[in-house]
Write a protein that binds this ligand. Structure first.
Ligand code: DX5
Length: 220
């Protein structure tokens, strides 16, 4: 299994101190920042979080950090250039938002970003075709319905991680939603190596300790 990567979800941070919050995470050992992004015009979930302008501020404020952009948007092909120009490192879009993922992956790679493909709780792992998974750099199995932080972890999503890990032993497989010290064991045992956590990290007294715990659990 690939090495552990912890990607704190910025959605759970104090947006009024965004760059300082990101610096705090990096100081705490985070190598990626999970930017739950969506546009105001064509979003795919019932709420609004942040867009490319916010991403651009963060990437200027913490240059060099890996920006793991989770695009919770309809028509994901529309935002590839904006996110690349704003400093995105990985562009992860939802399989449910397109009938033609391969050209989107190609467009993402053409802008020098890594490509991720996400599936929501009601989408089976079989929906990730072999050619799409082979073209993508990362697969994201949502363990909550996308949109908001602080939701309850959905155990029923974990078998999809196991199924995808069995098909793709060397691929980065990310979980996102309700993940923290109480649920990370099950995620690692299922085969996930990229852990997104928002509330569990940003809400902790000791974010550094939580990041270290999550990383050690995956690497065990
Ligand atoms: C919303 C975002 C998640 C969310 C995770 O779906 O994609 O990253 O912020 O927050 P927690 O870890 O609090 O569930």
């Amino acid at each position: 299994m690939p090495r552990a990567i912890i990607s704190p979800s910025v959605l759970a941070s104090d947006f009024g101190q965004l760059t300082a919050e990101c610096k705090r995470m990096i100081k705490g050992g985070a190598e990626w920042l999970h930017m739950g992004t969506l546009s105001t015009a064509l979003h795919f979930v019932p709420n609004i979080t942040m867009g490319a302008p916010v991403l651009s501020c963060v990437s200027k404020g913490v240059p060099g950090i890996f920006m793991d952009c989770h695009m919770m948007v309809a028509q994901p092909e529309k935002w590839v250039n904006d996110i690349a120009d704003a400093g995105g490192s990985l562009y992860c879009f939802h399989l449910e938002a397109t009938s033609d993922p391969l050209p989107i992956i190609e467009a993402i790679h053409s802008r020098g970003m890594k490509a991720g493909v996400a599936i929501s709780p009601d989408t089976p792992s079989a929906a990730v075709a072999d050619d799409v998974a082979a073209a993508a750099d990362m697969l994201l199995v949502m363990t909550v319905y996308p949109g908001r932080g602080g939701q309850k972890f959905l155990d029923r999503c974990l078998p999809k991680v196991t199924e995808l890990r069995a098909r793709f032993p060397d691929k980065d497989i990310e979980v996102d939603g309700g993940v923290g010290p109480a649920t990370v064991d099950a995620c690692a045992d299922a085969g996930s190596n990229v852990i997104v956590a928002g509330t569990a990290i940003f809400g902790a007294q000791d974010p550094e300790g939580v990041i270290a715990t999550l990383k050690a659990t995956v690497n065990k």
